[in-house]
Design a protein around this ligand. Structure first.
Ligand SMILES: CC(=O)SCCNC(=O)CCNC(=O)[C@H](O)C(C)(C)COP(=O)(O)OP(=O)(O)OC[C@H]1O[C@@H](n2cnc3c(N)ncnc32)[C@H](O)[C@@H]1OP(=O)(O)O
Ligand SMILES: O=C([O-])CC(=O)C(=O)O
Length: 381
């Protein structure tokens, strides 16, 4: 009697593995909510710090809670000497995501409460990472340009302080707002690959730093967060807006994946793209220079060509990549910026996983060789 072949869900596509109270994509309206609030409204009206509080605590902060949250986050921003020295010792040839992954792992190794998985201890660790990761990213951004790090400024908000630490100055409020919008949009997206990675590690009752280290590794890949960096490389490769259609035809014929397009969940367009695209359009208008105009024209031409050729829409990485370029960040810093935001979603999911934990351990259908005896001697060469 032959057993029925199990149904395989490669890539876990379409598989519902658990419940979550943190966020959801509503397919019918192509929208995204964090704790029930539409992300469009959050991006328009709330700061990134307020959204972090919402994701972690389930509610937007009141005035006193926000003051307390900001004070604690700002106090935790500086790196200690050992961490700073460790980071300067890493090769400049390594990717900034490797620096970030190493930093998270090192911060865990330094924390005497690393193995305390209680909700209170994990709340402190989450805030510590939220506060310190921008300091790591900014110091590394400057190191690659041969510049000394700039200390965090406790008088500045999360987004402003990051510009200050990267460039020694804060740009106009509109640019800061565009950056903050990107942080709000990147903060959380349910069971995406990096968040699921964090949940898998957490499900073994490992510590929060280990889960986040693994999540950074998952986000680095170009099919996930690494796509915002890959978008910029692709635009540089194409160069001339008039080449967009011809380049796309060649890339599709070569079976290349077009970076910043397509999505596992959204099939009719990423709900976050219109908001980020509007923010990008504002940056382009503000820059008012031929280089920004060329890039924006190319960006639009490729989007139209892709829709026409394949019916595939851009995802958030498509407008975010170009926006970060126009803000002056080095291309290899784009995915680390994604981490500075997604740390909120990852840690919210780690907390949720621990609250109702079950070891995550799926099955596989074996199709290797049939059972066979181990030879008693080496085969002759
Ligand atoms: C924040 C984020 O992480 S968003 C995702 C960022 N990643 C990218 O932008 C990388 C480029 N995009 C992709 O590789 C894919 O769209 C993914 C990985 C995001 C989603 O992949 P899946 O859900 O597995 O979609 P899948 O690969 O099944 O795509 C369906 C079809 O569309 C095609 N397709 C999807 N995205 C693309 C793309 N970007 N370029 C070319 N073809 C694409 C696939 O080749 C496939 O065609 P086929 O049916 O002829 O084989
Ligand atoms: O949900 C996904 O698969 C990828 C994504 O858009 C995200 O993580 O923001």
């Amino acid at each position: 009697m032959s057993a029925t072949a199990p149904e395989i869900h490669r890539g876990l596509a379409g598989v519902v593995v658990d419940t979550t109270e943190i966020s959801t994509v509503i397919q019918e309206t192509n929208s995204l909510t964090y704790r029930g609030y539409p992300v469009q409204e959050l991006a328009a009206r709330r700061s990134f710090e307020e959204v972090a509080h919402l994701l972690w605590h389930g509610e937007l902060p009141d005035e006193a809670e926000l003051r307390d949250f900001q004070a604690r986050e700002r106090a935790l921003r500086p790196l200690d000497r050992t961490t700073a020295e460790l980071l300067t010792g890493l090769p400049r040839t390594c990717h900034p995501m490797d620096v970030l992954r190493t930093a998270v792992s090192f911060l865990g190794a330094e924390d005497p409460t690393e193995d305390d998985g209680s909700p209170a201890a994990n709340r402190t660790k989450s805030l510590t990472l939220l506060a310190k990761l921008p300091t790591v990213v900014a110091a590394d951004h400057r190191r690659r340009r041969g510049l000394d790090p700039i200390s965090p400024d406790p008088d500045l908000g999360y987004a402003e302080n990051f510009f200050h630490m990267c460039f020694g100055e804060v740009p106009d409020p509109d640019t800061v707002r565009c950056f903050e919008i990107s942080l709000v949009l990147y903060a959380e997206h349910s069971f995406n690959a990096s968040t699921f990675t964090a949940r898998v590690v957490t499900s073994t009752l490992s510590d929060l730093y280990s889960a986040v280290t693994a999540a950074v590794g998952a986000l680095k890949g170009p099919l996930h967060g690494g796509a915002n960096e890959a978008v910029m490389h692709m635009l540089e490769e194409i160069g001339d807006p008039d080449r967009a259609q011809e380049w796309l035809d060649g890339a599709l014929a070569a079976k290349r994946k077009i970076m910043g397009f397509g999505h596992r969940v959204y099939k009719h367009g990423d709900s976050r793209v219109p908001i980020m695209q509007t923010a990008l359009d504002r940056l382009v208008a503000r820059a008012a220079d031929p280089e920004a105009t060329r890039l924006a024209t190319l960006h639009t031409a490729l989007r139209h060509a892709m829709l026409q050729r394949k019916g595939i829409h851009p995802n958030l990485d498509y407008p975010a990549g170009l926006a970060y370029h126009l803000m002056g960040f080095d291309t290899s810093t784009f995915t680390p910026i994604f981490v500075m935001s997604r740390i909120t979603g990852w840690t919210a999911h780690i907390t949720e996983q621990l609250a109702h934990n079950t070891l995550i351990r799926p099955l596989a259908s074996y199709d290797g060789p049939h059972q066979r005896p181990v030879p008693t001697a080496l085969r002759p060469a």
